[in-house]
Design a protein around this ligand. Structure first.
Ligand code: SF4
Length: 232
């Protein structure tokens, strides 16, 4: 979640967090508006996971280069500037764009890899599909949210909807997802988050699978205990 010139932009991470715990999104929003608590620093588990994720991503990048594919890496700066550079790289027909950026409507963010396929688009006889790297052994429903979002944003640029998206998994296999199988679910989730941000309902901390790595874990602890006591 970021505020660009007074407008709130949402990312795939925001969407995944919201679908795991709406209270986390409420706290993100309050923090962005300067009315909420401060989040804690990443704990050791989160930092280790991030490090392993970065290494997994770097390994896929190295494999693409070793295979002789031309790669343009978008150096991170402002999201708008990066989105323009991404558009130019895609139009030029490079094999792979690493860290490609999107910004459209209320949504934006940086994808892992955009890989060229020989399927016509507004660019010419080629277009792109989204590949993400994840440490899991199989795709999680949250990954689908990210892949559909970036594929939709990519569609706006290239004028052709990608048919597939991919996850390079932690065990070295590659999962292929047919986007039309998941688009309705992912777009419903996007609409729900947009509605939530426009008019946030009351939320409370309820224990869930995301709590262990959540940056609001310390803040929620007291409230969560209260909820648990109430349930027990
Ligand atoms: S710590 Fe748990 S309950 Fe609190 S915001 Fe994070 S995921 Fe939600």
């Amino acid at each position: 979640m970021r505020d660009l010139d007074g407008r709130i932009f949402l990312s795939a991470s925001d969407l995944m967090r919201f679908m795991g715990c709406a209270h986390a999104s409420a706290l993100d929003l309050a923090h962005l508006r300067g009315t909420g608590p401060e989040p804690r620093e990443d704990n050791e588990d989160a930092a280790l996971l991030q490090k392993q994720g970065d290494a997994h991503e770097a390994a896929h990048l190295a494999r693409l280069k070793e295979a002789g594919r031309t790669v343009i890496e978008i150096e991170r700066s402002g999201l708008g500037k990066n989105a323009e550079a991404t558009r130019a790289a895609l139009a030029a027909g490079v094999d792979v764009v690493f860290q490609g950026a999107f910004l459209s409507g209320k949504w934006g963010g940086w994808s892992d890899f955009l890989e060229r396929v020989e399927r016509p688009s507004a660019f010419g006889p080629f277009s792109y599909e989204v590949t993400d790297t994840k440490l899991k052994r199989r795709p999680h429903p949250k990954h689908v949210l990210q892949l559909v979002l970036y594929s939709d944003l990519l569609t706006e640029i290239q004028g052709t909807a990608p048919e597939f998206a991919y996850v390079e998994l932690g065990d070295g296999t590659r999962a292929t997802l047919r986007l039309s199988d998941y688009a309705a679910y992912a777009r419903m989730a996007q609409a729900r988050l947009e509605g939530f941000v426009a008019d946030p309902p009351p939320t409370r901390p309820i224990p869930c699978a995301d709590c262990g790595l959540c940056r609001w874990g310390d803040h929620c602890a007291d409230g969560r205990n209260l909820v648990e006591e109430h349930i027990l």
